[in-house]
Every structure is written in structure tokens, then in C-alpha cells.
Design a protein around this ligand. Structure first.
Ligand code: UT7
Length: 328
């Protein structure tokens, strides 16, 4: 039973200062700016410095979301960090963020759903708030994808970047808030997008390092086809379960993996591109961070207005997908 309506109280994001441009990549692998821009829409991405960790950007994004929500860290009861590049295998990056923020009353754990992680986190937070179990939950999507990217593989290294985004989910009035979710998974596609070693199956050895098994492996074309179908059908299901139609949507915030995927998904559903937030040119694919970074930039730049219907949609490793329909 839903006791409270859950909504987004504030957003924040943080990205590294260092820019890795397409021209820089031309000097690292056999590629061109023209190929990268025309096939992906990406012009540059941000890369964290050595010694930095996912929690550094997660904590900065979280601090900004807290300030936007007008809340202090001790009002947060749960921190969820969606990431596939945690600081360490354990403890959870969410716990490191909890300490950094001084959120002494918060439980904290990580959530692993790759690029869909932020939507999964939002759904989890929303359920906690709706049930009355927690009042304010911090949801973070943060990844330093550069740490698991093979910079000798031109098929993947041009795609990814680093960053973090966060939102505070809390109680809102009945006329707004998170209206509906659609979440799904298909583990049969796990090996389309994965890191082969470093887990219990293939623990790290000098051989796994030599064979470059700690980096992302991706079936690009299969992932592309899956992504277009998953994004379009997931957003349609979330819009329908919210009791809305496509024309009610004011803004779409999609996972930023490839501008051609976003365009194809919008063409399939009939959503005009002028309603879509696209910032992939600046950041590339930042995995779980991509949706909350785009959401935060859209809120701060005034592209999203109060009462707008905003749909967030993503897909990723797992395979996983998800969408959320929100009245801001
Ligand atoms: O968060 C989810 C993460 N992943 C994704 O969403 C990725 C989804 N897939 C894609 O975005 C696209 O499949 C890619 C951008 C990865 C590739 O684009 P594509 O249009 O599917 O190209 P392709 O893989 O069919 O490759 C076409 C050609 C190949 O050469 P040949 O075999 O035709 O001679 C590739 O070797 O492009 C070549 N190629 C490159 N050329 C220059 C692949 N990467 C590069 C590159 N620069 N960086």
C-alpha cells in the first residue's frame, strides 16, 4: 500500500575537470574525430585523475543534491549508490560516501545494474519512501568507466567517460512525484556487455591482467539493437502505467550511450527530439551517472520546469533496462 507520494527534492552532479577529446584519442588508437562524431555523437569525455575514486565524485554530486533539496546530511536515512566501478570490491562505495557526507543516520549500500543502475536505485528509493520506511533517500549514479576501459580497443575506448549524478528522493504532495516505473532484465545477454575477470569466476591473476580481462568487453551491434528496442518499449510501458500518453511527456532524459540509439528509440515511439536532453557530446557514456547528470543539467538550465512530465529511460549490462515517469 502506498502511504506517501515520493518525488525528487533536489538534483546534483559532478564530473572530472580533465577532458579527453576525440583528437586526443586519434593519437592513442586508429580512429578519427569524424568516425566518433558520426557514429556516436561524442566529442569529448571527462576522465578522473589517478588517485581519485568513484566516491569522490559521488560525494560531490550528493552534496549538491542535498543543497538543492535544502536538506542536511543527517536528514538522510538511506544512501543508494548505483555503480559498476566501486572504489573497492567491498565495502560499498555508498558507505564511503556516507562517511564523507557525515550522514550519520543513514543506512548505505551499492546497487549493480550497470547503466540502468540509477533507474533501479530511483525505484528502490521510491518504494522505501512510499511505504513510509524512510523519509529522505539519496540516490547516486556514479562511475569512473575509464578505470575499466581498454585504451587499446578503439571499439570501446571512444565511448566512455567518468562522472556522478545524484538526487534526493522524499515525500511530495499528491499532485506531483514519481508516477510509475518499468524495470526489466535479460541475463541471457550478460556477455554482450561485461568485464570478464576480477570477480569470483576469474579472480585477478597476472594472466587475467596480461589478457586484458579486467576491461569492458562489448558486442557493439547487438547492444545497439537491444538498446533501441529496450529504451522505446520501456518508456512506453512507464508512460502507460502512469496513465499518460506520449503527448503528455514534456522532457525525456535518456541514458547517453550513443546519439543514434536515442534518435532511433525516439523515432520508434514518435517522441520529437526537441523534447530530449542530450549531453553525450560533452561526457560520452558515463554508465550509471549519465541519466542523473543529464537530469541535473536540465533542471539547473531551466529545460525542466516545475510540473513538467519527465521520463527517464535507460538500458545497460545485465542486460537491464528501466524507465521512470515523474511529475517534477
Ligand atoms: O551503456 C551501454 C554501452 N554500449 C552501447 O550502448 C554501445 C552500443 N553500440 C554502439 O553504440 C555502436 O555499435 C558502436 C558505436 C560501438 C559502433 O558503431 P557501429 O556503427 O555499430 O560500427 P560497427 O561496430 O559496425 O563497426 C563499423 C566499422 C568496423 O570496421 P569494418 O569491419 O567495417 O572494417 C569497425 O572496426 O568501424 C570500425 N570501428 C572504428 N573505426 C574507427 C570501430 N570502432 C572504431 C573507431 N574508429 N573508434
Amino acid at each position: 500500500m502506498t502511504l506517501h507520494r515520493a518525488g525528487i527534492l533536489g538534483t546534483g552532479s559532478a564530473v572530472p575537470e580533465t577532458i579527453l577529446s576525440n583528437q586526443d584519442l586519434e593519437n592513442m588508437v586508429e580512429t578519427t574525430d569524424e568516425w566518433i562524431v558520426s557514429r556516436t555523437g561524442i566529442r569529448e569525455r571527462r576522465i578522473a585523475k589517478p588517485g581519485e575514486a568513484t566516491s569522490d565524485y559521488a560525494a560531490s554530486a550528493a552534496e549538491r543534491a542535498l543543497a538543492a533539496a535544502g536538506l542536511s546530511a543527517d536528514e538522510i536515512e538511506l544512501i543508494l549508490c548505483a555503480t559498476i566501478t566501486p572504489d573497492m570490491l567491498f565495502p560499498a562505495t555508498a558507505c564511503i560516501v556516507q562517511d564523507r557526507l557525515g550522514a550519520t543516520k543513514a543506512a548505505a549500500y551499492d546497487l549493480s545494474a550497470a547503466c540502468t543502475g540509477f533507474i533501479y536505485g530511483l525505484a528502490t528509493a521510491s518504494a522505501f519512501v512510499e511505504s513510509g520506511m524512510y523519509k529522505n533517500v539519496l540516490v547516486i549514479g556514479a562511475d569512473l568507466v575509464s578505470r575499466i576501459t581498454d585504451y587499446t580497443d578503439r571499439a570501446t575506448c571512444v565511448l566512455f567517460g567518468d562522472g556522478a549524478g545524484a538526487v534526493v528522493v522524499g515525500r511530495v504532495s499528491e499532485d506531483k512525484g514519481i508516477l510509475a516505473f518499468d524495470l526489466g532484465s535479460d541475463g541471457s545477454g550478460a556477455k554482450n556487455l561485461y568485464v570478464p575477470a576480477g570477480g569470483s569466476l576469474n579472480p585477478a591473476t597476472s594472466e587475467t591482467v596480461e589478457q586484458r580481462l579486467h576491461f569492458i568487453r562489448m558486442g557493439g551491434r547487438d547492444t545497439f539493437k537491444f538498446a533501441v528496442k529496450a529504451m522505446s518499449s520501456s518508456m512506453e510501458r512507464a508512460i502507460a502505467s502512469a496513465g499518460l500518453s506520449l503527448s503528455d511527456v514534456d522532457v525525456l532524459v535518456p541514458h547517453q550511450a550513443n546519439v543514434r540509439i536515442i534518435e532511433a528509440a525516439c523515432e520508434r515511439t514518435g517522441l520529437p527530439l526537441d523534447k530530449v536532453i542530450i549531453n553525450i557530446d560533452k561526457y560520452g557514456n558515463t554508465s550509471a551517472a549519465s541519466i542523473p547528470i543529464a537530469l541535473d543539467e536540465a533542471v539547473r538550465s531551466g529545460r525542466i520546469h516545475p510540473s513538467d512530465v519527465c521520463v527517464c529511460v535507460g538500458f545497460g549490462g545485465g542486460l537491464t533496462w528501466g524507465a521512470a515517469a515523474i511529475r517534477m
